[in-house]
Every structure is written in C-alpha cells, then in structure tokens.
Design a protein around this ligand. Structure first.
Ligand code: G4P
Length: 292
C-alpha cells in the first residue's frame, strides 16, 4: 500500500469521499473476498450511511468459494445487497449494473411520478487500496480510464464514465483506509499483498500464513510443501520448505527470507489454491466476551 495513513490523511480521505457522495445515487463498496472483514473501512457504515450501497466481494477467483457463500449470506442477513465478482476477468459485470438499478428503483420511480425524466444511475466505487477499484472501473468502462485514485496535490475535474446507458461512474474512486491498527488485520492484509511487504516483517507475515494454512487448509500445505503439521516450533516448517525448495544460504543453512519470499509469492499467485482468511464465524468468536 503506497499510502501511509496518518490521521490527517484519514480525515482528508473521508472528506473527499463525503464530497463525492453528494453527486451520486449508489455507493459500490469493494471488498476483498479473501478478507471480507479486514479489507473494509472501519467507519464505512458511518461514512456512507445515507446512501444505497452495493457490496462487491472482489477477487472471488482467488477466494474459497464455500466461504464466499457464507459471507454473502452474512452480509445479506444484515440487509445488504452483495455480489461476488472477479473484476480482472470481468465476471459479474452485468449483475452489478442490474443491482445498481434495483437499488435506486424506488427513488427513480418517485422521480418519474413527479414527471422528472429518468437519467443514468450515478455511482461511486469506494474501497481500501489494492482491492481492485481501478480494475473494476476499467472493466465496467470497457477501456483504460482509472490510473489511480486521488493523489495528494493532484486535482482534476470529476468526470463521469458511461457504463452502457444505465450507469455513470465517477472516474476517480474513493480510497479509504483499512482497520490496520489491529495486528491480525495487518497480517492478513500483508499476507494477501494488500499492504506492501516493506511495512511489515516478511518472516512475521510468513509465520502467520503458515500457521493459518496449517489450521484451515492443512492438505494444501502437505501437497505443496510436504508438511503434515505445523508444530509450535514454526522453524521446523521453514526448514522443511527451505530444504525441499533449495532456499539455502552459502553454507547450506536455510535462508528464512528466501523461504518467506517463496511462500508468499506462491500463496498470492494462487499456487496454494483459493484461500479465504476469515469467516463470518470468526467475527462472532472475536466479539464473544467483549464488553457490551
Ligand atoms: P485499486 O485501484 O483498488 O488500488 O486496485 P487495482 O485495481 O490497482 O488492483 C490491485 C491489484 O489487484 C492488481 O494487480 C489487479 O490486477 C488485481 N485485481 C483486481 N481485481 C482482481 C480480481 O478480481 N482478481 C484477481 N485475481 N486480481 C484482481 P497488480 O498485481 O497490482 O497489478 P497487475 O498484475 O494487474 O499489473
């Protein structure tokens, strides 16, 4: 993640999104399907409270299908409209257009009843960095438009991008910060590559990733690295992978940085299969016993 989220930046990001909200009918909240809790902005409900919202679980191609279905049911139970998509391949684009129209139907019907001519539905895409906002804008627009979101010091006029006749998108998405003050959230975001490796220690991220795989997807670990169990001594797993894959230093000792680099590269590239790092049930567990 290129952006360092200092309090001033957070306030500015929020202000920018709030300004854009005045122009639009629907908010499209983009979430990483592998991290549907950690990849959301902690204040999102407050920031966009009064606007109809479509939640999109993006990168569904990389996520565990079964768990994606659990998340869809979870968000739907909260009253949200939610779809799983893959912005890179363009899977789910038609459904997005339909869902946006559905979300404003009542408002537009009222406008029509008052004799106001129907216009395109105006939408804004919001989400944390790297969640796929630019990819989605380009896919919906069917051309390369979104280079970046808002950059400090760069101002330009807002432009509308036509998505068929039905939708108009703001060309710059709203960038919001994740809940990274929680260490586990930071580790999860780092594991998927949503935040830059330089921000966190590579070996710490890999320790988290291996423990997670050992717990949730042990077969994948066994198939790829021949590891049958992750023990309390995580170094054993690093050693096993290092020896198997030749991640060694000059003297023949295992190079833990090389192991980390390999594991994270393979995990992010989908070589360990489709993974989802959190389930709705984790949220229930984590709030258990919390003060009311
Ligand atoms: P942002 O605007 O929200 O910051 O995100 P952006 O669109 O730049 O996407 C971040 C990365 O996620 C890009 O990869 C993009 O290709 C990838 N991506 C977006 N949507 C999907 C999806 O649905 N599935 C998969 N598998 N990947 C997706 P990158 O490695 O940063 O760039 P590049 O490899 O595309 O050049």
């Amino acid at each position: 993640m290129a952006i360092q989220w200092f309090p001033g930046h957070m306030a500015k990001a929020r202000r920018q999104v709030t300004e854009k909200l005045k122009l639009i009918d629907v908010v499209i909240e983009l979430i990483d399907a592998r991290l549907p809790a950690s990849s959301r902005n902690p204040m999102i409900d407050e920031i966009i409270s009064h606007k109809p919202r479509l939640m999109l679980l993006n990168k569904a191609d990389l996520a565990d299908d079964k768990v994606t279905k659990e998340w869809i049911a979870y968000f739907e139970a909260q009253g949200h409209k939610v779809l799983a998509i893959d912005a890179q391949s363009g899977k789910g684009m038609k459904e997005i257009i339909n869902a946006c129209q559905e979300l404003v139907k009542e408002k537009f019907d009222k406008m029509r009843a008052k004799g106001i001519k129907p216009r395109a539905v105006r939408a804004l895409i919001v989400g944390i960095p790297n969640v796929g906002k630019s990819t989605l804008i380009n896919k919906l627009a069917k051309k390369n438009i979104a280079q970046t979101g808002d950059r400090p010091g760069v101002t330009k006029a807002q432009q509308w991008i036509k998505v068929g006749k039905e939708i108009e998108l703001l060309d710059t998405p709203g960038i919001l910060w994740p809940k990274f003050e929680d260490e586990l959230v930071g580790l999860r975001l780092a594991t998927t590559g949503a935040i830059k490796d330089s921000i966190m220690n590579l070996q710490d991220i890999t320790v988290y990733a291996l423990r997670f795989l050992g717990e949730r997807y042990p077969k994948r670990l066994e198939e790829r690295y021949g590891i049958t169990a992750i023990t309390d001594d995580i170094v054993e797993a690093f050693d096993a992978i290092g020896k198997l894959r030749g991640c060694l230093m000059g003297g023949g000792d295992v190079d833990y940085d090389k192991v980390s680099d390999l594991v994270l590269r393979e995990l992010r590239g989908g070589r360990l299969g489709r993974l989802t790092f959190e389930r709705p049930i984790d949220l229930e567990v984590s709030t258990e016993g919390a003060p009311e």
